[in-house]
Structure formats: C-alpha cells, structure tokens
Ligand binder design. Sequence first.
Ligand code: ATP
Ligand code: MG
Length: 569
Amino acid sequence: MSESENKETATEKTSGLNFVEQLVAEDLRQGKNGGRLNTRFPPEPNGYLHIGHAKAICMDFGVAEKFGGTCNLRFDDTNPVKEDVEYVDSIREDIKWLGYDWGNREYYASDYFPQLFDLAIRLIKEGKAYVDEQTAEQIAEQKGTPTTPGTESPFRNRSVEENLDLFNRMNAGEFEEGSMVLRAKIDMASSNMHFRDPIMYRIIKHPHHRTGDKWKVYPMYDFAHGQSDYFEGVTHSICTLEFVPHRPLYEYFVKELADESHCPRQIEFNRLNLTYTVLSKRKLLQLVKEGLVDGWNDPRMPTISGLRRRGYTPESIKSFINRIGYTKFEAINDISLLEFSIREDLNKRATRVSAVINPVKVVITNFPEDKVEEMNMENNPEEENSGTHVIPFTREIYIERDDFMENPPKKFFRMTPGKEVRLKSAYIVMCTGCKKDEEGNVTEIYCEYDPETKSGMPGSMRKVKGTLHWVSASHCVDAEVRLYDRLFNVENASEVKDRDFHELLNPDSIKVVSNAKIEPYLAENAKPLEHFQFQRIGYFTPDSKDSKPGHLVFNRTITLKDSWQKINK
Ligand code: ATP
Ligand code: MG
C-alpha cells in the first residue's frame, strides 16, 4: 500500500471519532488487552451528579457502546467522612435516566480494600513503602517545589519490621487520625511532584457506609484508582485533564500488579465548565446545606436531578455534550449552548397549551352567556400527526395583562380599543373598551367576536396582525408557576476568587406566580416529566416534588427565546 493510501484508510477509520475514541480504536486494532474494551465511570458518592459528570458518563459509556465493550459503574468510596448511601442511590438513578446501563457491573472501591491492604503490605516488605509519623504540615514543607527537590523524611529508612508493625497497628485503631501515614518510597527529587513519596494510606476513624468499622486506614485516590481499574479488568480509564500529572504514578502502582494479559491505560479529556454556573461539589453542597436552594434537585442546580426536575431531557443533555465535544484543552462553555439544546429538543416534543401567567379578564359581549364552544388546538405543529386537543371557549376569558394597552405605542399588535386581534384557535375579536379601578388599573376588557372568523373556517383567513393566547375564565384551573433564571449573575462564577460566591448569586433566579390560569387539558395531563410549551411564554414541566392534583405547580424549563443575549449586549 502506498503512503497516501495508508493515510486515507487511517482517516476513514478515524473520521467522526473524537480523540479518545481514536486512541481506543487504535488499541483495539492492535489487539491490546486481548481485544477487550472495558471502561468505568468512577463517581465518589459524596454528592449528586452534575452536568460535568454527564460529560464523563457520555464518554465512558458512549465509547464502550460504540466499540462493543462494557462500562463499569464504580463507586470510588475511599473517604467515609463525606460519603453516603443517599448519594449512591441518586447516582444510580441519574445514570439510568441518562439512558446508560451497567448491567451487573456495579463495583465499589471499598470491595478492594483487602487486596489494596495486601498490596501495601507487600510494598512495605519490598522496602517500597514506610510509615511516616510527621504531621501533614511537615510533610508538605518537605515536598520541595517543581524546581527544587524535596527533603527525605527522618522516618524514611526505618526497618521493614517496624513499618509492618506500625501499619498493622494503624489499622487496628491504635493511633489517632493524622498521627501517621503510609507513604510510597519513590523519589523525593523526582521532577514529578506526585512521585515525591506520595501518601498511600491515612487513618480515618469514621465508620464507612459499606464496611462499617472494619478499617481504620483508607487508601488515597492515587493508590486506589489504578489498582481498582486493574482488579476489575478495566482497559481504558478515561478521566479529566487534572489527572495528567497523576498518570505516571497511576502507571507506577499498576505495574506492581499488571501481568502480560492486560494493563489499564489512563486517557484524559477536558472537563466541562459552564458559564453562570459552579460545578464544584463542595460549593453545590454548601448551597444545599445553607438552604439557598431547595435541595440537590432544585431546578436551578446544575445537577442531573435538578435539570430533570427543571424539565431538561436526556436527549438535550447529550446533544449539548456532543456539540461541545472532547478536547485536550481546558475551556469554559457557554450555558446558552445548553439552553439552545433544550429549546431545540422541546420544540420537537412539547405539547402546545394555553396558560395565562398574569391574567386580566376579557368579556366577549356578543357571545352567549351559557355557551361553551369546543375549539381544537394543535398539539404540536413541529410534529406530524401530533393531533389536537379541545379547549373550551366561553364569553369570559383571561388573557395576559401585557397583551392589552389602552393607549399603545405604534406597532403594538395586541389588544387595544378599536383594533382587531386573533384569539389563537378561536375567533377574531374587536376590542371595544375596558373598565378601570380608582387607581387606573384595568380590571376588565370588552370585546366583540366575529362569528364568521372561527378558526379553520374560510372567514378566519382574514389578515390581522396579532394572535393572543387565552383561557376560558369559567373552565380554567389555577396553577402555581415558577419562573427560573440562572442561579449566578456572573459569567465566570466558578473562577471568581476575590468575592465570596454568595455575592455572585442571582437574586432573581426564581419568581413564583401563584395565580396563573391554565386550560383544562393541561390540568388533566400535568404529570411529572411531561413537557409543555405554554404558547408565547416558554417551556414548562410539572414540578415532580410539589405538584399535586388540586395544587398544580409548573417549572419553567426555559424561555422561548434567549433573553440574556439581548440584555448582555
Ligand atoms: P471531587 O472534586 O469531589 O473529586 P469530582 O467532580 O471530581 O469531585 P468525582 O465523583 O470524583 O467528582 O467524579 C467522577 C468522574 O466524573 C471523574 O472521572 C471525573 O473526572 C468526572 N468529572 C467530574 N467533574 C467533571 C466535569 N466538570 N467535566 C467532566 N468530567 C467530570
Ligand atoms: Mg474526583
């Protein structure tokens, strides 16, 4: 094969693949690991998953799916102080909701504590690990800098017997937390800081959510992760860029175990950062603990459960992640891209309904008092054969207060005395006047309808400029509507260091409207995880926590248009 032919086949094979997939494809082509592909998603159960994790999940499960491999779910539960079963359960639920399945491959780093302990003992016996009795501060001081070597601990050269004895007693609970650690004996002068005798084990006396009081020593991430990958038969350990400098250490420890048959390989991609958002679990936990939001699944939270409650779909999250892609460079992604993705998806799937958020009454004076006319409203013009539903039309209706002006400026094509306007799926009406209270607030508007202009009839073809949504005053149902906006006011919220992050919170991130009026069809079909477009207003979903028959609550997923673009220009 000529060189150019060679290049062509290479491009053919790799076109459409991201760089991680290309590396995986190449390993498979070379028959590494016996041609097996096994990835893992390794969350620490110390918080709920967020949109950043979704990016990792789509990668880990996605690449396995693409090349016929498998993906493990591994709970990285090596720090009992912060971990909890509540988080384990939520993580499972969120991954399933995103549409991924780990079958029976659910694992826990804590399952490997015995093997990890054995490996530590072996490394001590081989003179590759020692117990250090210095304080964390002393150890940090001796680390050196990237350009100057570190200092060796005075405990570095104690005997194997002494190390074995101390490590076993550490685990028997004889010593206090922080009094000693087990360190790998590698190289205090290494140019890679992670090689300067990294800590392998520390003492923690807090009970573990799975292993209880069994262990008093717990492995550090660097000593647990690669080995756990190896024990599980993971072939590709895909993680984010901050682990690049850890990779040599990952490989160092794995080499202590790996045989000819397989060796896991770490590959890193750029993490997801979003404008107007923080994705640090510590800060998200703080928002929850301080009651600044309504739990981890508050619809303003960037958590998967928050996005779900807000009305986001798995498809929209995946299409967003697909859009931003995977690279080797850190960047911050614009949240309006995520918002674009949900608008695009909901435009296709949301049922169009009528809801009036800031109601004012309109009386159609020439419409009979007891008459109820059933109008047909299209469910979704974007979807073929989506059908119609019935909306009752009566003499008294509600429209949005903003849709009426007594003395409008030019180009106001909504309701105003002396002008015609179309009521969506009903009739063309002519406004004849209004009634006001003592303060001049409009309390009632009067109109006459033209019976020849019923929607769908030839007379309705007449040109009028505005079309308004409405609900029947006698048939509508009251609802609470929660209008959400971005949780943070500041574009680079996660990077601001000189101000407390509380100051960055958007004070208008939620606005509650308690007396919205909705059409009966919507009230009957308001089930959690259903998606609706309130015509002319936005996309909404019933709140999974608070909405009940008799007290319906809707969350605004997103406005119809991006209003921030305008404001920020
Ligand atoms: P912590 O700071 O508490 O370690 P974490 O966000 O790294 O939190 P983990 O539970 O350790 O949380 O993450 C599990 C996996 O998700 C890791 O492989 C991590 O690389 C990935 N991940 C976490 N945050 C992001 C993000 N913003 N973008 C992409 N992947 C992420
Ligand atoms: Mg982590």
